[in-house]
Ligand binder design. Structure first.
Ligand SMILES: [Zn+2]
Ligand SMILES: [Zn+2]
Length: 122
């Protein structure tokens, strides 16, 4: 029986985590699916709490991804793309702040360059 090398994406997509919306935590889903033997395909809401973005650009709960890294080090593959997660950083949500008005109100002060001729006192 010949073994065919399957691309990484196959393994990842078989779990379906690559289909998750970006605001859903794949680790939470994974934990839930492994802990409970509930009905398969049950849609559960695992919105990312305190989002941290990995170096591959996927978002997980800080607690989730941090616990994975503390266990696996930098050997933990991202559940959504299979890439090794080496660094994470806090995801800062872009909030549109309309209270700040960034209008350019720089008034160019035209300095009078009147050269005052000093009175020549002799
Ligand atoms: Zn999570
Ligand atoms: Zn990823």
């Amino acid at each position: 029986m010949m073994r065919t090398l399957l691309p990484k994406s196959y393994l990842v997509s078989s779990k379906g985590f690559d289909q998750l919306p970006s605001n859903q935590c794949a680790i939470c889903h994974d934990n839930a699916s492994s802990a409970e033997s509930g009905p398969v395909g049950q849609v559960q809401d695992f919105t990312v709490h305190n989002p941290y973005e990995t170096n591959c650009g996927h978002t997980y709960c800080y607690y989730c991804v941090q616990s994975k890294i503390s266990i696996f080090g930098d050997e933990w593959p991202c559940l959504q793309c299979g890439e090794r997660v080496e660094t994470i950083h806090k995801l800062i949500e872009k909030v549109e702040d309309e209270t700040k008005q960034e209008g350019d109100t720089k008034e160019e002060e035209e300095k009078d360059e009147n050269e005052k001729k000093a009175d020549e006192k002799e």
